[in-house]
Design a protein around this ligand. Sequence first.
Ligand code: FPP
Length: 241
Amino acid sequence: MALDSNAKNAPEHVAIIMDGNGRWAQSRGKPRLFGHHAGARRVREVVEACPDLGVKYLTIFAFSTENWKRTQVEVAGLMSLFRRYITKEARALKNEGVRVRFIGDRVRLDQKLQSLMDELEQLTETNDRVHLTIALNYGGRDEVARATKRLAQDVAAGEVDPETVDGETLARYLDTHVLPDPDLVIRTSGEARISNFLLWQSAYAEYEFIDTMWPDFSHEVFAGVIAGYCKRDRRYGGVKV
Ligand code: FPP
């Protein structure tokens, strides 16, 4: 599939539910963590493809608030993979102009990982070529609940007039407050559900559910999905003029 770097209507913000690592590994007779490691390698390729495809913001779902239910071995392996990924990739991300942010509730993550996340955010804070947001211990409902709690505290403190509260007010309290809403949400691995990802922000997003397992999600597959998006007609509840 040819890359369409000049697409006028390319999605500014793409969000991805990177699913299928476990099945990809098991179909090769390997442990699930083998699939997560292969998946982590794909992240770099997909981030690097963004400028060519006209994508400025990329948000990826790395670990959900529900993923703690997995076995202790898998959770520990994923946490170790995230620590290793940040340590190994930090310099390249900085040099490639990628600004990294994390969303989700950091409190439950181990101290070492939290420090690495803070350091990577600081290291890349002046970058602007691609904005990569990694959702770690993230859940859409959890995010809205945390935002509502902080908003309620500000109302109770007299800093916000409850009469003025609307959707934009709440959006300012979300983890994603500095990001535009996603234009396109992709889920790999053939599952057609959104699993608590960016619930508020995706109200008008286009969805693409594809059969490819995340470790097979190449630059070409990404370009094909973007090309399909470019042909869509978005009306945001209105009619075409
Ligand atoms: C879903 O596949 C994937 C995850 C829960 C983890 C996503 C993590 C990565 C792609 C690793 C790297 C990420 C970063 C940022 C370094 P699954 O395990 O649910 O697959 P299955 O549905 O086949 O079991």
